[in-house]
Design a protein around this ligand. Structure first.
Ligand SMILES: [Zn+2]
Length: 110
């Protein structure tokens, strides 16, 4: 704890947040409150690729017919493609879990 103020002096001008606890939601809430965030939004239009950090953009379903498993193609309507590595994304269980996580964050921010 005593080292922290020394680090702040060295990097002066940069806002820092000392995070306490091990609960990831609580940690994000601490940051949100410190920097004045009042709401979290999951915006697929400004998402980044988990592999290369490239920009992700919506792609017409017909263009990826041969590139995803038939079962996925039949079940999903929306697809996104990374402009960098061309990785394809769709609304799978991972996105549902992220949406639930964002809802938990917003509930805690109220
Ligand atoms: Zn990528």
């Amino acid at each position: 704890m005593k080292i922290f103020p020394k680090v702040l002096k060295k990097i002066g001008g940069i806002t820092t947040v000392l995070i306490r606890g091990n609960d990831e939601i609580e940690q994000i809430i601490q940051i949100a409150k410190k920097i004045g965030l009042s709401n979290f939004v999951l915006d697929t239009n400004s998402s980044r690729c988990v592999d290369c950090n490239g920009k992700i953009e919506a792609i017409d379903k017909i263009r990826i017919m041969e590139k995803v498993p038939p079962r996925i193609y039949e079940r999903q309507e929306k697809f996104w493609s990374c402009k960098g590595c061309k990785k394809l994304y769709w609304e799978g269980t991972h996105l549902v879990k992220i949406q639930e996580f964002v809802e938990k964050l917003n509930q805690r921010l109220k």
